[in-house]
Design a protein around this ligand. Sequence first.
Ligand SMILES: [Zn+2]
Length: 137
Amino acid sequence: MSEVKERSTIASCSFCRKPNSEVEKLVAGPGVFICDGCVALAAQVIAGATSTSAESGESAESGESAWDSPVAPWDREMSLDAVLATLGSVAAAGEQAERNLALWVAKARSLGATWSQIGQALGMARQSAWERFSGEE
Ligand SMILES: [Zn+2]
């Protein structure tokens, strides 16, 4: 158990922002991460949504569902405090994704990728990729 606490922070859950040193497992996606706790919560949400729609036979029982707009949560009715609290999480997830992108680009470079190849993979010009990721001026 102490071994877990002594691990250094490599990445944080993109959902709850807990570092890998504070969770049991951290699963990596493309530049994002999710912890075992958030996976369990997501599983509950999915199981709950499935049983609700199966039991009621209707897609929306009340207008209060937090899942009316799952892909655009900013369209939900939220208090200013809740929105402000979310801004920090979104920014932190974005910063982590940006750091990960830089690490993936470095990995591609170490495998011999040209800036032209990296630019093409990212849908940007070779020069833009170099300026953004080379660390040179
Ligand atoms: Zn989490």
